[in-house]
Design a protein around this ligand. Structure first.
Ligand SMILES: Nc1ncnc2c1ncn2[C@@H]1O[C@H](COP(=O)(O)OP(=O)(O)OP(=O)(O)O)[C@@H](O)[C@H]1O
Ligand SMILES: [Mg+2]
Length: 373
């Protein structure tokens, strides 16, 4: 799919922007603080319904303005979709409204119309940051690929919140209700674990292949899904997961009562990354970690394309810094075949001979096209 028009009104540092980006690779160049990340954030908002920065949503609205609007026309292989998000300040916070083809729709309906894979500097924490970042990655990737996953995840989060409230209830815990919540958590949790295990297996295979193409004989990228509860025999079938839940609650049930929180379930899952047998989080250099994250993102792109039957948008914010010249070139040529990619950088990257990209310059929330290279 590709964005054929993008319109921003009072979004971040953009007062008004209208752009008709061509297909292929579009590179947006600008000094720091000119609006490069903001532009990608706007496009990503239309795919995921959320900001890709851990931001207050009110911050998306241009200072001193009451509301912001992001709208795009996106062409897929079978249809043209108009998607818009309107963010209105409400007190200190903000309210979002979603529109598809001019009609208001709920968030769950809005999701899935536009698919995008995003890389931003915060993604570097995918390897060495806290596990919540890796779970968020799984949730965003799987929700775009599979609406059923999104619904199950919402359900799981709801039951978990109820269970945690019960564990914190003053005056003791209703054991019968606790058992009911556990039964529901295990059933929905088994579905999430099954989906995550299958996804990480596919992702690991694809990421390892991409990584090997970029780095040659250097150590190989390995990924391992580490579910909660642990599945000793590596069997993620629903029956095995349900047994693992029971076993884990026999061991940790008392601790949950003491600590008044749920200690078992996919809200505590993780993924481990390694180069050969060395944990990337502890041993990897910055450049090795960045290369691994990019390989994972490329793999996410391939899996999402296969799941939705359509090439997603590729949004790459400041990916090239810290890569050496060789890896930069390999990376740029690896995205050349994309239907549409948006790449930001402070300087125009070196390109392999014969590669064609469209270049735009961003200055203080304004965009100017440069001659094609
Ligand atoms: N709500 C807002 N209203 C007005 N300006 C904003 C708002 N939110 C962010 N900005 C400003 O937008 C500017 C551009 O931010 P952005 O993160 O897009 O920069 P960038 O071009 O990606 O820079 P860098 O190269 O440093 O990453 C910043 O100066 C920021 O202060
Ligand atoms: Mg930026």
């Amino acid at each position: 799919m590709r964005v054929s028009t993008l319109d921003l009104a009072n979004f971040r540092n953009y007062a008004a922007l209208h752009v008709e980006p061509p297909g292929g690779v579009c590179v947006f160049i600008g000094d720091n603080a000119q609006g490069k990340s903001n532009l990608l954030e706007a496009i990503s908002l239309l795919a995921t319904g959320k900001s890709f920065r851990a931001a207050r949503e009110a911050d998306l609205v241009r200072t001193d303005c009451p509301l912001a609007r992001v709208a795009a026309r996106v062409t897929t292989s079978s249809l043209e979709v108009q998607a818009a998000c309107i963010i209105t300040r409400v007190g200190e916070g903000a309210r979002k409204r979603f529109l598809r083809n001019g009609r208001g729709v709920a968030y769950a309906q809005f999701l899935g119309g536009i698919s995008a894979v995003t890389f931003m500097p915060l993604d570097l924490q995918l390897i060495a940051g806290p596990p919540a970042i890796r779970r968020r990655f799984l949730n965003v990737a799987l929700s775009q690929a599979d609406r059923g996953y999104y619904r199950q995840h919402v359900r799981y989060t709801g039951i978990l919140a109820q269970k945690n409230a019960l564990l914190k209830a003053p005056g003791g815990v209703d054991r019968k209700l606790l058992a009911t919540y556990n039964e529901q958590l295990a059933a929905v949790g088994a579905a999430l674990i099954g989906a995550r295990a299958a996804y990480v297996r596919g992702l690991a295979r694809e990421a390892a292949a991409v990584h090997a193409r970029w780095v040659g004989d250097a150590p190989q990228l390995r990924m391992r899904y580490v579910p909660s509860p642990a599945l000793p025999e590596g069997d993620e079938s629903p029956g095995a997961v349900l047994r693992a839940f029971s076993l884990a609650w026999e061991t940790h049930g008392a601790a949950e009562l003491v600590r008044k929180t749920s200690l078992v379930g996919p809200h505590r899952d993780d993924i481990e990354f390694a180069l050969d047998d060395h944990a990337l989080a502890r041993f990897g250099s910055q450049g090795q970690q960045r290369t691994a994250v990019l390989a994972v993102k490329s793999a996410e792109y391939a899996l999402l394309a296969a799941a939705v039957g359509e090439a997603p948008l590729l949004l790459l914010d400041d990916v090239l810094s810290e890569l050496d010249a060789e890896r930069r070139r390999s990376f740029m040529s690896s995205i050349e075949g994309c239907e549409q990619a948006f790449v930001t950088a402070t300087e125009l990257p070196d390109l392999a001979a014969g590669s064609a990209v469209s270049v735009f310059e961003i200055t203080d929330g304004r965009l100017a096209a440069r001659a094609q290279t």
